[in-house]
Write a protein that binds this ligand. Structure first.
Ligand SMILES: Cc1ncc(COP(=O)(O)O)c(C=O)c1O
Length: 456
């Protein structure tokens, strides 16, 4: 029989090869992170200030200087339902683009809830359960995070209450039903269930909500219900830490493919998926001097990294969080109701912001029509329907591949396809029937919000 040469499409690790530890970039940062400040005193906060919100094991991870933090066995057991996740070579997309570039994507949409979010929902539920917490309150923008925490709550026997941004609640009823199927209680935010929600609704009963606003409601809920803590799906250091399991796996898988990426791309809302893929690679470059071009893709309608100011601001709209140094559009800024609900956030994780400010990473803003166009091209070539958020990274990856074609270079591109879009069909329908609109950068609204930044 004639021998066949087969090209590899998937690079798969066995369950035994799942990472044993998360990677803590703080150990390798060339510049020290800015302290988180107490809004009343202006002084750096200590672990005690965070104790009403989070269990001590998570707080310890925020202050840890260790390069690697062991993943508990109980967490690895639930991770094993979907990890290690596959790395794909996008041969069919490359062919359609006619590019000499090699495009690889890590696919996180195969998790039970459909995105990278369980990578942190599972450890957060585990550490809370271990600390005797019985109930978690959280917000969700796209519904992906709420679904992940609802699943993790079911896995560890915790009650979960989700404040779902009104725009998303209306766009994605099936996400709500998924969360309820896992056993969570879901309410549209702004909601009548919190004092802050009631005050917002009194001023504007039709408010479309925002992530910053839903965070305020979830925090108020957690601190006013005994046995409850707050859980969040992005921005905070421990969330980014848990996501590094993605990048750690991708390093082993790119080695299986026998390639090194030239360009590494992730979409960024609060920064956790971006950090999850890129931080282990950035760590290598800080330690060994290897150079990668690392790009965060964000929406034009909420372009915190490309147009925001690097300063101290609140993480939420009601100004309940500590002050964090980040790229921000102003915590009172409410982005337009784009379909990438997970990217509708006024700020950016402080670690990602620090890296951008010091020139270690780049950022690009993308309009939603262009990113949905990339999503459709991907579905027609690779078969997977991407979530609206990673279509931003995909668009940047396609542009890179086309630039490589123009330059006649076989660049190696790696991006994270951090979720599927099977619950986002109403957005795809709008794209396909031509009614999906772009929102221009809302300069005036941002100026207003920036004028209200906290004074220090
Ligand atoms: C699929 C998906 N990607 C990206 C994001 C953005 O969050 P982050 O920047 O923390 O990854 C979200 C948030 O909900 C999401 O659901």
């Amino acid at each position: 029989m004639a021998t066949r040469t087969t090209r590899r499409t998937k690079f798969l690790l066995s369950e035994e090869e799942m990472p044993q530890a998360w990677y803590n970039i703080v150990a390798d940062l060339p510049v020290p992170p800015a302290p988180v400040l107490h809004p009343g005193t202006g002084e750096p906060i200590g672990p005690g200030d965070l104790a009403p919100l989070f269990p001590m094991e998570l707080i310890k991870q925020v202050v840890s200087q260790e390069r690697y933090i062991e993943i508990p066995d109980e967490v690895r057991e639930v991770y094993a339902l979907y990890r290690p996740s596959p790395l794909f070579r996008a041969h069919r997309l490359e062919k359609a683009l006619g590019t000499p570039a090699h495009i690889y994507y890590k696919y996180e949409g195969g998790s039970p809830s459909g995105s990278h979010k369980p990578n942190t929902a599972i450890p957060q539920a585990f550490y809370n359960k271990q600390a005797g917490v019985t109930r978690l309150a959280t917000e969700t923008g796209a519904g992906q995070w709420g679904s992940a925490l609802a699943f993790a709550g079911a896995a560890f026997g915790l009650d979960v209450k989700v404040y779902m941004v009104r725009a998303s609640y209306d766009q994605k009823p099936y996400r709500r039903i998924l969360m309820e199927t896992y056993g969570a209680q879901v309410v549209a935010s702004p909601s009548p269930d919190t004092q802050y929600g009631r005050s917002v609704l009194a001023g504007n009963p039709g408010h479309t909500g925002s992530l910053g606003l839903a965070i305020s409601e979830a925090i108020e809920d957690a601190v006013t219900h005994p046995g409850s803590k707050y859980s969040l799906g992005s921005v905070f250091d421990f969330v980014l830490l848990h996501q590094t399991v993605i990048g750690e796996e991708s390093i082993a898988q790119m080695a299986m493919a026998g390639e090194e990426p030239d360009v590494i791309i992730g979409c960024a809302g609060g920064g956790s998926n971006f950090a999850g893929l890129t931080f282990p690679w950035l760590g290598r470059s800080f330690r060994d001097g290897k150079k990668y071009r690392v790009i965060a893709a964000e929406p034009e309608a909420a372009p915190s990294l490309t147009r925001g100011v690097y300063t101290y601001d609140f993480g939420d709209t009601a100004m309940m969080t500590p002050l964090i140094k980040m790229h921000t559009l102003g915590s009172s800024f409410i982005p337009e109701p784009i379909h990438a609900g997970g990217l509708r956030y006024h700020g950016m994780s402080p670690l990602v912001s620090l890296l951008k400010e010091h020139g270690y990473i780049d950022a690009v803003a993308v309009h939603q029509r262009a990113s949905f166009g990339a999503g459709v091209q991907f579905a027609r070539t690779e078969g997977i329907l991407p979530a609206p958020e990673p279509t931003h990274a995909l668009k940047v990856a396609i542009d890179e591949a086309l630039a490589a074609k123009e330059a006649g270079e076989a660049r190696v591109i790696l991006f994270n396809l951090c979720g599927h879009g099977n619950f986002d069909l109403s957005a795809y329908e709008k794209y396909l029937d031509g009614t999906l609109e772009d929102y221009e950068y809302p300069a005036e609204k941002v100026q207003e919000a920036l004028a209200a930044l906290p004074r220090r």
